[in-house]
Design a protein around this ligand. Structure first.
Ligand SMILES: Cc1cc2nc3c(=O)[nH]c(=O)nc-3n(C[C@H](O)[C@H](O)[C@H](O)COP(=O)(O)O)c2cc1C
Length: 339
C-alpha cells in the first residue's frame, strides 16, 4: 500500500520515538494514555524474524490500547523485509516503520540502520519491498545523513516517497554524531520542502515550547520525542496542548504531582510483570524507575536499592519511603530555621 499517512486520523501531534530496550508494550501504553498520538515498537531484526527468533516475535506483540502502533523493522535485504511483513501481518499493526537511522556499531557493521543512508538505491529497494508486501501504510525513520558534509536526508526522503512510504521521521543528526551536540532542525525543514508526505520532526524536543518551535521552524507535521519522555510521559499532553494553542509557546510546563506519577508507576509495574514476569519485568524496568523519580528529594538515597529490587512489592515499599521523605522534606522547608 502506498498512500500518505492521514494525520487527521491521529489524536494529537506528539509521537513516541522508537527506543530499543525502552519502548516495550508497557511503556507504549503509558505514553498513549498520556497523549502520544502514535507509538513505535523497539526495532525488530528482519533477519531474526526470518529465523522465527522467539524473543523478537515476542517483542512484536502489542496491546489493543496502543493503537495506533508502528512495528519498526531493521535489516539489509529487501526480501527479509517483505518476509518480516508477511510474518507479522497476523498481528495487524497499524503501521510498519523502517529504520534507516540506527548508529549502533552492531547494526551498522551488518549494513543496516544508518549504514543504508550511504546506499540510496538499496533504501529504495527495501522501501518498495516492504510497501509491496504490506496492506498497511509503511513509515520510515532516517537521520540527516551519514556524516557532517554528507547530509542527504532530502534525497533519501524523495526516494522513500517515490517508493510508496507514507510518512518520514527525521532525526536531525548524522550517524557520526551519534547523540552528541544538538540536533540540526534545518534538515527537517529541507526534508519537508522536498516531499509531499507528512514529515515527523525529531531531535532534542524536551518541552511543549520546544515542540512548538520545531513545528514553526521546520513546518513538520508531527513531533517525535524520545529521551525527554523517559520518566515523563506527561510530556505528550504538554506538547499536544502547545501545538494546538495559539501562542502555545507561552504555556507553562505541566507540573505533575507525586500521586499522579505514582499511579503511572504502578500501572507500568503491573504491565511489565504481566508481560515479563518477576523478577525479569522488574529488572528490565529499573531504568524507568530511576527516570520516574529523578529530581525528587530523597530519590538519590533510594536509587541503589531501587536498582536491586526484584519484585513489584519491593519497589512499592521503596517508593513509600520516598513519599515519606518527601513529606518530611516539605515540612522541613516550612519550618523556621533554629537560631
Ligand atoms: C536508548 C535509545 C534507543 C534507541 N533506539 C532506537 C530504535 O530502536 N530505533 C530508532 O529508529 N531510533 C532509536 N533511537 C533514536 C530515537 O528514536 C530518537 O531518534 C533519538 O533519541 C533523538 O530523539 P530525542 O532527542 O527526542 O531523544 C534510540 C534512542 C535512544 C536514546
Amino acid at each position: 500500500m502506498g498512500t500518505a499517512l492521514d494525520i487527521s486520523q491521529l489524536k494529537g501531534r506528539a509521537v513516541l520515538a522508537p527506543m530499543a530496550g525502552i519502548t516495550d508494550s508497557a511503556f507504549r501504553v503509558i505514553c498513549r494514555r498520556h497523549g502520544a498520538a502514535l507509538v513505535y515498537s523497539e526495532m525488530l531484526s528482519t533477519e531474526a524474524l526470518s529465523r522465527r527468533h522467539r524473543k523478537t516475535l515476542k517483542m512484536a506483540g502489542f496491546r489493543e490500547e496502543e493503537r495506533p502502533v508502528a512495528l519498526q523493522l531493521f535489516g539489509k535485504r529487501p526480501q527479509a523485509y517483505a518476509d518480516a511483513v508477511a510474518l507479522l501481518e497476523p498481528l495487524a499493526p497499524d503501521f510498519y516503520d523502517l529504520n534507516f537511522g540506527c548508529p549502533a556499531p552492531k547494526i551498522v557493521k551488518n549494513g543496516g540502520g544508518s549504514a543504508l543512508l550511504k546506499e540510496p538505491e538499496l533504501v529504495g529497494q527495501i522501501a518498495a519491498a516492504a510497501v509491496q508486501a504490506s496492506p498497511r501504510p509503511v513509515l520510515a525513520k532516517i537521520r540527516s545523513g551519514w556524516e557532517v558534509g554528507a547530509e542527504n536526508a532530502a534525497e533519501i526522503a524523495k526516494i522513500l516517497e517515490s517508493s510508496g512510504i507514507a510518512a518520514i521521521a527525521v532525526h536531525g543528526r548524522t550517524k557520526s554524531q551519534m547523540f552528541s551536540g544538538t540536533a540540526d532542525w534545518a534538515v527537517i525543514g529541507r526534508v519537508k520542502q522536498a516531499v509531499k508526505i507528512p514529515v515527523i520532526g525529531n531531535g532534542d524536543v524536551r518541552s511543549g515550547a520546544d515542540a512548538a518551535r520545531m513545528a514553526e521552524e521546520t513546518g513538520c507535521d508531527l513531533v517525535m520525542v524520545g529521551r525527554a519522555a523517559l520518566g515523563n510521559p506527561f510530556l505528550f499532553t504538554e506538547i499536544n496542548e502547545c501545538l494546538n494553542t495559539e501562542g502555545g509557546r507561552q504555556k507553562a510546563e505541566i507540573a505533575v504531582a507525586w500521586p499522579e506519577k505514582l499511579a503511572v508507576i504502578i500501572q507500568h509495574i503491573e504491565m511489565a510483570v504481566a508481560d515479563k514476569g518477576q523478577p525479569r519485568g522488574i529488572r528490565e524496568m529499573r531504568k524507568h524507575l530511576g527516570w520516574y523519580i529523578k529530581g525528587i528529594p530523597g530519590a538519590a538515597a533510594l536509587h541503589q536499592e531501587l536498582m536491586r529490587a526484584e519484585t513489584g512489592e519491593e519497589v512499592l515499599g521503596l517508593l513509600e519511603k520516598l513519599h515519606s521523605s518527601m513529606v518530611h522534606h516539605h515540612c522541613g522547608e516550612n519550618e523556621q530555621a533554629p537560631e
